[in-house]
Design a protein around this ligand. Structure first.
Ligand code: HDE
Length: 722
């Protein structure tokens, strides 16, 4: 399906129909003011004479400039930079009936419209996409029972255990207050100062320093609801649940050097990738999964289900895949939809409920509150992207920018003048009731002892990574702490890392030119009158030593090369047959081929055909691609060898562990790069495919190498300067 716009497809999506009510299209229309007056001259303001002063009475000028003056709204305090898309969700079958009465999770005939927004956390709205950061991943389901929001991240745990610390965490990671430096980066003093005094963050910090924090694409990252929620079935029974959504294309990352360069080459790298994939009909998909835990098993784990710094290892409770999320339509207008969409973990439907996770509890306050200042008042639910697909009836009235025109003489309950309407709905009619959890407690400010194991899962995460992934984590700590210029902070971090893994701490210390201090970690997260001893970290001896599910190596998805971006390096005289054959083979597998040439325009093949150039060496670089192919052609290679950027393309692709293929004369580019020294007998095993001619063997090997994503073996002493 090439075109994803709803006008061109059979559309039964209620939310898209609903948005049409507010969609404007200026095609074939004359220009008007906001009052509908036709405009005769949008080019000149009204002046007292051709060279005279502008007149105050020019209401057309004033309306236009006033609107412009007020175009900006405050950006999100966190998750300011994001990209969004419309889509649908459908469950596979009714097997969830046992656990929940939420219709959209049990009826396979229902296709629920959704809107998704993915974001970085720390950077401002104009920051670059490939910052090392957690990615927000928020889903709004427009269900027949009202909107349900699953406001998650691409990592399954969080930095802190109590919402009251969130402003501190965010102040620490945001640019430092005196000079507003650095943008969209955690590599600075204040972040690590806070983290080093907050051992509960150890697990999340391992995730944030892993390759998960630099995704290849927003379409290739996991989603997690993070907190434990409840599912409530028709009988009113509760089960604990963790939500996951896993990309069909697998979870993939870039390498750090690449991320730094992408941010300069294309700061919109992720946003563009999502937009283009959807425009090309390559709709991103995830499978929604659940881990379900019975009420009576709440305390059977060696961690607390309410602690948001812990995950439930999939080896203990498997993820049951229950349905599919598909993003199939780009927003028509970024501001109206992606910027104004307002998520809130408290947007619930019957069949889903909260737990007492203290982080979740705080979030339930924050999200509505923040919209009041961001979107200007309490009517943000009426903004088209936010309004549900079911009617709203209540006695809430007025406020800034009220859209709804409520008829009738009453706006209170109970009333007799409107026959009691709108009436409350019984539970059997779909009325929402909260799960009646029994609570018998003192009102206190404290933290459960069951939250004090700060390191076991950090260790589990580290131990479950492949060697390459572990090396990347070590490098990330060296980079981040290397940017911290207060030695005491670096040392406190080494003390924490030693609790996670001694070898990790030692290697990071070596990179920093320090020794790992022989100290115990100190937990500074407690009240002034508390005894610090009561808050010391405890490490539980878990029987689970490794969780393969935590390594990206084991999350490769369908193993296809769909949507991978492949660069073909060409110049006049390129071997047309080789170019076209390889292109056809890759496109057949769903990859995207881009022709790179010395200049914009076109290149001539050796058989006289003309091929359009997608990018010149000036307007792109290897970091924007997943793999590179150099077709033969004596004349083409002669030209390419005179272009330093073409040689650099090969070196950089090799450094970033990407698949490289050449056929016939194409090998000359490799032979004239630093990669020449890597042309060993078994080079093909490591994704360096140099072939005398283009044959089926090369095509098959290249497809396999692209699917492998990266050849991290090259990082073991096989690097080249690039
Ligand atoms: Fe958020 N978070 N958060 N958060 N969060 C916001 O709400 C907050 C947390 C997440 O695309 C804000 O509308 C508190 C965890 C996403 O619009 C704000 C705490 C998780 C998004 C807010 C957390 C998230 C937000 C800013 C700790 C993963 C972007 C703008 C108690 C499960 C949603 C806004 C979008 C946005 C508060 C922690 C995910 C200020 C107080 C944990 C994906 O309300």
């Amino acid at each position: 399906m090439k075109n994803s716009k709803p006008d061109q497809q059979k559309n039964t999506n209620k939310k898209l129909d609903d948005l049409k009510l507010n969609t404007e299209n200026s095609a074939n229309s004359k220009m008007t003011t906001d009052q509908g007056l036709l405009i005769n001259d949008d080019t000149h303001s009204l002046k007292a004479g051709e060279r005279g002063a502008t007149l105050l009475e020019d209401f057309i000028l004033r309306e236009k400039i006033t609107h412009f003056d007020h175009e900006r709204i405050p950006e999100r305090i966190v998750h300011a930079r994001g990209a969004g898309a419309h889509g649908v969700f459908k469950v596979y079958n009714d097997s969830m009936k046992e656990f929940t009465k939420a219709n959209f999770l049990i009826d396979p005939n229902i296709e629920t419209p959704i809107f998704a927004r993915m974001s970085t956390v720390a950077g401002f709205r104009g920051s670059a996409d490939l910052a090392r950061d957690v990615r927000g991943f928020a889903l709004k389901f427009y269900t027949e029972e009202g909107n349900y929001d699953l406001v998650g991240n691409n990592m399954p745990v969080f930095f802190i255990q109590d919402a009251i610390k969130f402003p501190d965490l965010i102040h620490a990671v945001k640019p430092e207050p005196h000079n507003e430096i650095p943008q969209a980066a955690s590599a600075h003093n204040t972040f690590w100062d806070f983290i080093s005094m907050t051992p509960e963050s150890a697990h999340m910090v391992m995730w944030a320093m892993s390759d998960r924090a630099i995704p290849r694409s927003l379409r290739m990252m996991d989603g997690f609801g993070v907190h434990t929620f409840r599912l409530i079935n028709e009988k009113g029974e509760s089960h604990f649940v963790k939500f996951h959504w896993k990309p069909i294309l697998g979870v993939h990352a870039v390498v750090w050097d690449e991320a730094l360069k992408v941010n300069g080459q294309d700061p919109d790298f992720h946003r563009r990738d999502l937009h283009e994939a959807i425009e090309n009909g390559a709709f991103p998909e995830w499978e929604l999964g659940v881990q379900i835990v019975k009420e009576e098993d709440e305390h059977k784990f060696d961690f607390d289900l309410l602690d948001p710094t812990k995950l439930i290892p999939e080896e203990l409770v498997p993820v049951k895949k229950i349905g599919k999320i598909t993003l199939n339509r780009n927003p028509d207008n970024y501001f109206a939809e992606t910027e104004q969409v307002a998520f809130h973990p408290g947007h619930l439907v019957p069949g889903i409920d909260f737990t007492n996770d203290p982080l979740l509890q705080g979030r339930l306050f924050s999200y509505t509150d923040t919209q009041l200042s961001r979107l200007g008042g309490p009517n943000f639910h009426e903004i088209p992207i936010n309004r549900p697909v079911v009617p709203i009836h209540n006695n809430q009235r007025d406020g800034i920018a009220r859209m709804q025109i409520n008829k009738g003489k009453t706006s209170y309950h109970p009333n007799s003048m409107s026959d009691g309407f709108p009436k409350q709905a019984k539970e059997t009619e779909g009325g929402f009731t909260s799960y009646q959890e029994r609570i018998d407690a003192n009102k206190i400010r404290s933290r459960s002892k069951s939250f004090l194991d700060h390191f076991s899962q950090a260790t589990l995460f580290y131990q479950s990574q492949s060697v390459a992934e572990q090396n990347h984590i070590i490098d990330a700590f060296r980079f981040e702490l290397g940017k911290v210029d207060i030695i005491e902070i670096r040392e406190r971090m080494l003390v924490l890392l030693k609790q996670v893994d001694k070898d990790l701490a030692k290697k990071v210390a070596d990179g920093l030119g320090l020794e790992v201090p022989n100290q115990k970690p100190i937990n500074h997260q407690h009240g002034a009158d508390d005894n610090p001893k009561d808050f010391e970290s405890t490490k539980v001896n878990s029987s689970l030593k490794k969780s393969p599910a935590l390594s990206m190596t084991n999350n490769k998805g369908d193993g296809s090369i769909k949507t991978r971006q492949i660069a073909f390096l060409t110049a006049n005289g390129v071997n047309g047959k080789e170019l076209n054959t390889m292109k056809a083979a890759l496109v057949k597998e769903g990859a995207m081929v881009k022709i790179i040439g010395p200049n914009a325009g076109s290149v001539k093949t050796n058989d006289g055909a003309e091929i359009k150039v997608d990018k010149s060496f000036l307007t792109c670089s290897s970091v924007l691609f997943d793999a590179v192919y150099v077709p033969g052609g004596a004349e083409s290679l002669k030209t390419l060898l005179t272009i330093p950027d073409a040689i650099h393309f090969i070196d950089e692709s090799f450094l970033h562990c990407k698949a490289i293929a050449t056929s016939s004369e194409g090998r000359k580019l490799v032979e004239n790069s630093y990669v020449a020294s890597k042309l060993k007998k078994d080079a093909a095993k490591f994704g360096l495919l140099v072939s005398e001619k283009l044959d089926n063997g090369l095509i098959k090997d290249f497809i396999g190498a692209i699917a492998a994503h990266r050849f991290f073996e090259r990082e073991n002493g096989d690097k080249v300067p690039a």
